[in-house]
Design a protein around this ligand. Structure first.
Ligand code: PBG
Length: 320
């Protein structure tokens, strides 16, 4: 035998030296759920280790993140039902929970990179990402609403707005609006290939944001499609996106790899709530080892080509 691949796996040191992909805290973004209130820390059973936090408590999580070498936080507002309406009006309130949290975290931890979603669903009485008209989610009338929300987040000091709505043309609309209002420095992380997945359940429970009728298949992508992700990526780059995201992550490693090879902007991936919940559930049953399974899943997402990973495991996973 002339070739013996096992020779390169003989010792721990050698294996470490030859490791092709590294997982480091610096590539992880911690999602935080923020809610109005004081000293609030409500457990989210299906996302172990995550809580609905009032701003004071969110600051404590941000501190933990900063101490452990995490560089980014993504904020998700929990909005009470009485503040939801068909036009997601609360999403442009400059004193809303999202802008308030951004200002508070930026003030204490200016070095943290903050991301905030742009979409109507947490604020919408219909639970959809776009405006509903006669039972359908309509594209173009949604765009000005997203633009106002993005501006409100930019004014609060967010580093990246992250449109997660999958409306056509939203990146260009938001980019132009932000530029025209003097926010050309605010970045756009686009949820480029966001699939109509079964894996968002725990997140929608946490926010009480599940669609009140129908599903999201007329705007989120069909899980069967791969080429279409390249089309979405091409459009988002043309429209001015700074970072592209694939979501979910583990079942879509081929998409992450495609975008990594075809695009000249950084690729992010979102290890979504259902992916995280599956790993935790199996670990709780004693069927898999939690730490090793989390590490392996994140490492594989990195290996596929993601530069950044949004993950609920950001604080608990060991770098490798
Ligand atoms: C909202 C949004 C969702 C997630 C992130 N932003 C849910 C959805 O599209 O219904 C899911 C994240 C997760 O499951 O962890 N547009």
């Amino acid at each position: 035998m002339l070739e013996r691949p096992r020779r390169n796996r003989r010792s721990e040191s050698l294996r470490k030296m030859l490791q092709e992909t590294q997982l480091s805290q610096r590539q992880l973004v911690l999602p935080l759920f923020v809610k109005e209130g004081d000293k609030l820390r409500e457990e989210i059973p299906a996302i172990p280790g995550s809580y609905r936090l009032s701003i004071d408590e969110a600051l404590r999580e941000a501190e933990k993140a900063a101490e452990s070498g995490i560089l980014g936080i993504a904020l998700f507002p929990v909005v009470p039902n009485e503040k939801k309406d068909a036009r997601a009006s609360e999403s442009k309130n400059p004193k809303g929970i999202a802008p308030d949290s951004i200002r508070a975290i930026k003030k204490r931890f200016p070095e943290l990179v903050l991301f905030a979603d742009v979409a109507m669903d947490p604020y919408s009485s219909d639970g959809h990402d776009g405006l509903v008209h006669e039972g359908r989610v309509v594209n173009d009338p949604t765009l000005p609403i997203l633009c106002e929300q993005a501006l409100c987040l930019a004014q609060a000091g967010v580093d990246f707005v992250a449109p997660s709505d999958m409306m056509d043309g939203r990146i260009e609309a938001i980019r132009s609006h932000l530029d025209s209002q003097g926010f050309s420095e605010t970045g756009i992380l686009s949820y480029t290939a966001k699939y109509a997945s079964s894996l968002y359940g725990p997140f929608r429970q946490a926010l009480d944001s599940a669609p009140r009728f129908g599903d999201k298949k007329t705007y989120q992508m069909n899980p069967a499609n791969r080429i279409e992700a390249l089309r979405e990526a091409r459009l988002d780059i043309q429209e001015g996106a700074d970072i592209l995201m694939v979501k979910p992550a583990l079942s879509y490693l081929d998409i992450i790899s495609d975008l990594h090879h075809h695009c000249d902007v950084p690729i992010a991936a979102y290890q979504v709530s259902g992916e995280f919940a599956m790993i935790h559930a199996a670990a709780r049953m004693g069927w898999i080892d939690l730490d090793r399974a989390l590490q392996e899943s994140l490492l594989s997402i990195r290996r596929a080509g993601a530069q950044i990973i949004f993950t609920y495991a950001a604080l608990s996973v060991k770098a490798n």
